[in-house]
Design a protein around this ligand. Structure first.
Ligand code: PMP
Length: 394
């Protein structure tokens, strides 16, 4: 039986990680995988997480199962973080999931149960796991234009034009903030226009929120999601705690579903529990519990928010430094978009050949679509990257 399996294409980003490891050049620079790194290249456990773990170790008396949809307190804490304290609880279903990817997977399975004919619309480009999971589930997908290769900003008029053609009941997947892989994001007035188009077409938004707090701050990064949640009767939100709590390997995420009324909410809540049971039964609890403790304790929360703000400011400074370095060395403003982009990633706009030259000639690793992880840089490597970008004719 097993011999019938067909080899699966390797994940491009994970393959790049392997290539980087095997490179023995001392000055090599890893701008590939989406993990936050501090100035010394480490991904430390946040202080608030360590404190919560210590408290949990002392207080936890059992490791018995919690509930199929996870602890409702986790769902409530995440709803408060994402939607604000006045979120409409009577319309909200929530389930703890295996990371943000698990939340996306469960959201897609929920959509498939409710409307197997729905087409899921993805930004062009998007995080490669989106199209991959959708096609694995046998669902229909299409893309809407998103990135302007010239300005490296959002091609907003084209996006609105494409979203205007979406059929009622179709799903539009939006990145809540810090778009992966481009770094180009909607302004708040643009979010309002997107909400109006979705309202007009009867499409359902699925918001992927994996980087809240990495862009313009915790509140600002949720503003687009909140606007959509207030405007539309049905909204799905797949959120990850991997990045903003730095708990990647704990696999902590949540799927929030806003339903038109409490009856549909109950139906949705039951279906989310059913879907968890089909896929893995009880979701992991450790990371979710840490998040619930941090968000519910004023001192831990203040500590976490200040650490997250440090992380955000570090990435913003690196963006500004890289844009300045490129301006000084090139005598042009054509890389100014790097300082305008938000989150961990920017799409540089280089060709795959230029990206390959960066790797071969300079030991600088980024994804072939020229997505670079800003957090992989530091004060020493910013000028090195800037010079290499110009040397490779980008
Ligand atoms: N969505 C996007 C856009 C992401 O970049 C990521 C992380 N790479 C995720 C979701 C989910 O991350 P995780 O499953 O690790 O929580």
């Amino acid at each position: 039986m097993l011999a019938n399996l067909k080899p699966q294409a390797a994940d491009k980003i994970l393959a790049l990680m392997g290539q980087f490891k095997a490179d023995d050049r001392a000055g090599k620079i890893d701008l590939g995988v989406g993990v936050y790194k501090d100035a010394s290249g480490l991904t430390p456990v946040m202080r608030a997480v360590k404190s919560a773990e210590q408290l949990l170790w002392q207080a936890e008396t059992t490791k018995t199962y919690v509930a199929l949809a996870g602890d409702p307190a986790f769902g409530a804490a995440m709803a408060g973080l994402i939607l604000g304290p006045d979120y409409p609880g009577a319309r909200l279903a929530a389930a703890a999931t295996v990371g943000g990817t698990g939340a996306i997977r469960q959201a897609l399975e929920l959509i498939r149960l409710a409307n197997p004919e729905a087409t899921v619309w993805l930004s062009d480009p998007t995080w490669p796991n989106h199209p991959s999971i959708i096609s694995y589930l046998g669902m229909k997908q299409a893309t809407y234009r998103y990135f302007d290769a010239e300005t490296r900003g959002v091609a907003f008029a084209a996006m609105i034009e494409d979203l205007g053609r979406v059929a009622p009941g179709d799903v539009v997947l939006l990145h809540g903030c810090c778009h992966n892989p481009t770094g180009a994001n909607l302004t708040l007035p643009e979010w309002a226009e997107v909400a109006a188009v979705l309202e007009r077409t009867g499409a359902i938004p699925l918001i992927d929120l994996a980087y809240q707090g990495f862009g313009d701050g915790l509140e600002a990064d949720a503003a687009g999601t909140r606007l959509i949640a207030e405007a539309l009767p049905e909204v799905l939100i797949a959120a990850s705690c991997s990045k903003n709590f730095g708990i990647y390997r704990e696999r902590t995420g949540v799927l929030l579903a806003l339903a038109p009324d409490t009856g549909v909410r109950d139906l949705t809540q039951g279906t989310l529990a059913f879907l968890n049971r089909q896929n893995y039964s009880f979701p992991p609890d450790h990371g979710a519990r840490l998040v619930t403790m941090i968000l519910g304790d004023p001192a831990l929360r203040a500590e976490w928010e200040s650490e997250l703000e440090e992380v955000r400011q570090t990435m913003l400074r690196l963006r500004e430094d890289l844009a300045r370095e490129l301006r000084d060395r090139s005598g042009s403003d054509r890389f100014g978009f790097l300082a305008q982009h938000r989150g961990m990633f920017s799409r540089l706009g280089a060709t795959p050949e230029q990206v390959e030259r960066l790797r071969a000639e300079h030991g600088i690793y980024m994804v072939s679509d020229s997505r670079l992880n800003i957090a992989g840089l530091n004060a020493r490597t910013v000028p090195v990257l800037a010079q290499a970008i110009l040397d490779c004719g980008i």
